[in-house]
Structures are given as C-alpha cells and as structure tokens.
Design a protein around this ligand. Sequence first.
Ligand code: NAD
Ligand code: LMR
Length: 329
Amino acid sequence: MTRTPVNVTVTGAAGQIGYALLFRIASGQLLGADVPVSLRLLEIPQGLKAAEGTAMELDDCAFPLLRGIEITDDANAAFSGANVALLVGARPRTKGMERGDLLSANGGIFKPQGKAINDNAADDIKVLVVGNPANTNALIAQAAAPDVPAERFTAMTRLDHNRAISQLAAKTGAQVTDIKRLTIWGNHSATQYPDIFHAEIAGKNAAETVNDEQWLADTFIPTVAKRGAAIIEARGASSAASAANAAVDHVHTWINGTPEGDWTSMGIPSDGSYGVPEGIISSFPVTTKNGAYEIVQGLDINDFSRARIDASVKELTEERDAVRELGLL
Ligand code: NAD
Ligand code: LMR
C-alpha cells in the first residue's frame, strides 16, 4: 500500500475513551479499511507513561494500517500536520457535578489547543470535540483558530443520536437499522432535544407510529438526555466505549457521507438556520458528502419541538456568554 497515511491526533489518549478509541482508529474503522493511519497522542505529563503503555499494546496488535505512533505533551507537536483531531482530553464530570461547573475547569485546555491546531494542522483538518462541555469547548477551540474554516470544528452529539435510536427501537420493536432521520438538537447536555417528528421507522413517521406524546415527553426525551448521568451513576465513571464508538461514527460519516434518505446529528457552528443564533456550536440534522456537511433545511418545527430547541439553545448562549466573560473567546 503506497497511500500517504492520514495523521490522526487524539488528546487525552491515556484516558478511558482513548483506550476504547485508539484500537478502532488503528484497525481502520475511523477512516476506512484501505486508509493507512499515523497516530499522534497528546497527554499531560502525568498521562504520558500510560499513553506509552497503550502505544505498546497498539504495536502488539500488528495492525496493517498503523504507520506510526508519536506520544507528546506538546500540543504544537501533536497537531503538526494533523488531518483529523479528536479532542477527548478533558476533566470528566463526576458524581453530583453539573456540566456548568466544568466550563472553567476545561475552558483553559481548549484555547491553547485551538491555537496549536491553527498554527500546525494540515489544511484539510477536521476537528471533533468530545471532551465536555463539548459544544462550548469546540467554540473555544474554534475561536482560537481564526485561520481554520469555522465549520471544521464540530462537537459530538452522535452518542445522543445513537442512544435515541436505540431507545426508539426498543419502544417500537423495530431494528435500529429501520430508524432514519432522527435529530438531536442543541447542546450535548440534559437540555438536548431528541426529535422524532421527522424520523422514520421502516419508512413510516416515527411520532405517528409511537402515537404517545406522554411517553415522548416523560420517558423518551429524559432517558436520552440524562443517559450520560445514568451511566455515571451506574458505572461510577462516564461512558467510554459507547463514546468512542460515537466518535468513530461521527468522523466516519463526516468523511464517507450519510446514506441516501438518511441524516445524522452533529454539533456544528450555526449559520442561523432554525432560529439558532449564528456562531454557537449547536446540534443539527446534517447530511454529509465528500467530506463536507450541510444542515437539512425546510423541516417543519412544531410547538413541542420549538420550545425544546429554544431551551437547549438558550443554555448554549449562556455557556458562550460565560466563557466570553472568562476571556476564553
Ligand atoms: P478520562 O479522565 O479517563 O481521560 C481524560 C484524559 O485526558 C486523561 O488521561 C487526562 O490525563 C487527559 N488530559 C487532561 N487534560 C489534558 C490536556 N490538556 N491535554 C491532553 N490530555 C489531557 O476521561 P474520559 O472518560 O476519557 O472522558 C474524556 C472526556 O469526554 C470527558 O470530558 C467526558 O465528560 C467526555 N465525554 C463526552 C461524551 C460526548 O458524548 N460528547 C461522552 C462521554 C464522555
Ligand atoms: C455522556 O453523555 O455519556 C457524557 O457526556 C457524560 C459526561 O458528563 O461525561
């Protein structure tokens, strides 16, 4: 194989998501079974030794597509020539901690990383922010990278999207593969809005098939929106394998395209569509093609949906204002 390897930078490589993610990237699941990959692992100094241990295990897999692993605590080196950057490293939320508490703890990480991406990454860089609060961290990184097109900075709501599909399949007895056009709107937080009004189950409208607004309001939406907290409560640690899986899905879909007739959910800089203030990084329904995405336009938003989208967007504008006050934008 002579193809030039794609440089993939992963921050927080020694963490639990990193451990679930790196082997899938190295095996070809992120970019494709014929795409060689070179990994750059960024950690804080205390994490370097554990990252080296993970790199030893990656070596021991003898992955045919893996062309190199570099481990560093220097963001400029880690993002040098990066084509894809997965910003995972952050402080995870622990029991009883609200996401708002994370803003100041994590904001400081993403500003220097955004600058390092601006100064060192490849021209085609695509960034996915996983570390929470993901949408606002992505905004901080994007604002620190004025030379990179803003749309290359995205935040992960694919885990919420996958959770919603799974809950809807369980309710209706459908296969997950029968469910299309589901949307996560807003923030990756408890205010997010999983919308089934445009979704289809085996070609039929999902909301009409379910026909149970009380289940929608009192069970489905809170179950999906609070799933992260439920996992923390059950595991004593935040979701890791499912988060890594969603990160692989997000980047794979961004690069390889959405299937005909379907869409996905991504946190992306708003262009003002659906009344979401321009510039904030909010989740939308998007289609992807040839490495670019577009917001699905023209969806009819009913009152039920409008109120919930607005509530999540309000939280995002408050987070933006808070990090602006902290001097992070
Ligand atoms: P973890 O604590 O196991 O790992 C985080 C790693 O990041 C640690 O190894 C730490 O040393 C490293 N790190 C911290 N600061 C760093 C920096 N400045 N540069 C590089 N590395 C740094 O946490 P985890 O379980 O892997 O979770 C990581 C993040 O992902 C958390 O913020 C968590 O809340 C978030 N998360 C997001 C989603 C989502 O759907 N968006 C889902 C699950 C978890
Ligand atoms: C999740 O959705 O599982 C995580 O974002 C939860 C968290 O706060 O780490």
